[in-house]
Design a protein around this ligand. Structure first.
Ligand code: UD1
Length: 367
């Protein structure tokens, strides 16, 4: 069987890396399985893409579609046109898309219109927040996918509710956590750690990149002011996403305890999570990583598509009411935080389960 794997933006890279490893293992075990890796080029910087390929030992993509930046529609259109050509030239048995970024949706639509089966890794997640482009990407992708590899039973239920037969839903766990376990003993201390005299458990780590948190300069300033006020005099480390960087530069935001850096590589970023006092974020993936690492996490959103990080893990939904943040930061000061546990099947073996399932579904035979 031939699979085309799609990776487009930063959070995709941690998800495809262990799947490729599992395919390579299956090949060593004489299974009849080959793959092509397509990078859409949605993220293209060294910091947002190249370093992830290097650190996670992802092979060079077979093709880079060079989509680059643009509006949602522009990115979708360019990716679809170029991916269609790729699929016509190299027709696989199945296209595997991961996550919820624009590349995920664009490539799923393109494949399905060419009557090629689509499998969605991380299918079934729902935030019910239609203001998030990712929610639209999830709904569209799931509405046309043939198979769903899910991270939680809640995701399975969401798919069942939308009318998908249970035989097409495969609860396998979380590929991001495969990558986390595979790299835990290779973490790299970022340069700023020594430069800024950071010590374990004595700094906050924040990430902000959602349009509704960062695109309005006044809102971003207010958020940062609150975080700095509530952070107990500890340093606040802020690796800044390119989108946020543009707004921060416009308002020239600075504070003596705020340590701004460029986006960090995977191994550096996980090092910072693992040693932080707590995380404040609007990302989804980081809530999963902090859950597994047992680090308190506050999410600056009203909803999450990853509810198990709240019901099982260390994450608390703060919402957009900034007073809420203050209350939770006070609890943290008094060491009042839930301990959290690791969600079911987040055991580092998800990618093996995905590849075994694909082989059983698409007829990979021993050769
Ligand atoms: C995308 C994903 C989001 C994910 C995030 C992680 C969608 C809809 N959103 O959002 O789910 O959490 O990636 O990073 O797909 N830029 C660069 N260099 C790059 C890539 C982007 O400078 O390598 C700049 C672009 O010029 C643009 C901004 O960053 O101004 C946003 O990039 P884009 O890919 O549109 O979406 P993200 O906000 O990164």
């Amino acid at each position: 069987m031939n699979i085309t794997l799609v990776a487009g933006a930063r959070p995709n890279f941690m998800k495809v890396a262990p799947i490729i490893r599992a395919i390579q293992q299956a090949q060593r075990d004489n299974k009849n399985i080959t793959y092509r890796l397509v990078h859409t080029g949605q993220h293209y910087d060294k910091k947002m893409s190249t370093e992830f390929f290097e650190q996670l030992s992802i092979p060079e993509p077979d093709i880079n579609l060079g989509a680059g930046s643009g509006t949602q529609a522009e990115q979708t259109a360019v990716i679809m046109m170029r991916f269609e050509k790729e699929l016509i030239e190299n027709k696989p048995d199945i296209v595997l898309v991961v996550g919820d970024v624009t590349s995920t949706m664009a490539c799923a639509i393109t494949a399905k219109k060419l009557c090629i089966d689509v499998a969605h890794v991380e299918g079934g997640l729902r935030s019910d927040d239609m203001a998030m482009p990712e929610e639209i990407n999830r709904i569209v992708t799931d509405s046309i996918s043939d198979h769903f590899f899910t991270t939680s039973k809640m995701a399975d239920e969401n798919l069942i509710k939308s009318g998908i037969e249970s035989q097409r839903i495969h609860f396998v766990g979380n590929t991001m956590i495969d990558t986390l376990y595979q790299h835990l003993n290779k973490l790299i201390e970022p340069r700023i750690y020594k430069e800024q005299n950071l010590t374990s458990g004595k700094y906050f780590l924040i990430t902000l990149h959602r349009p509704n948190n960062v695109d309005n300069p006044a809102k971003l300033k207010e958020l940062l002011d609150y975080i700095l006020k509530g952070s107990e005099g500890f340093p606040v480390v802020f690796p800044v996403h390119p989108r946020t960087q543009k707004v921060l530069a416009d308002i020239a935001y600075e504070h003596e305890r705020l340590i701004q850096t460029d986006p960090l590589s995977y191994l550096e970023f996980i090092y910072l999570i693992k040693n932080s006092r707590a995380i404040i974020t609007d990302s989804g993936g980081i809530t999963e990583e902090s859950t597994v690492l047992g680090i308190p996490c506050m999410t600056l959103r009203n909803s999450t598509e990853r509810p198990e990080t709240v019901t099982v893990g260390t994450n608390i939904l703060i919402g957009t009411d900034i007073n809420n943040l203050e209350n939770h930061l006070k609890n943290l000061q008094q060491n009042i935080w839930k301990k959290g546990a690791i969600p079911e099947l987040w055991d580092g073996k998800t990618s093996q389960r995905i590849v075994s399932k694909l082989i059983s579904l698409y007829g990979g035979k021993n050769i």
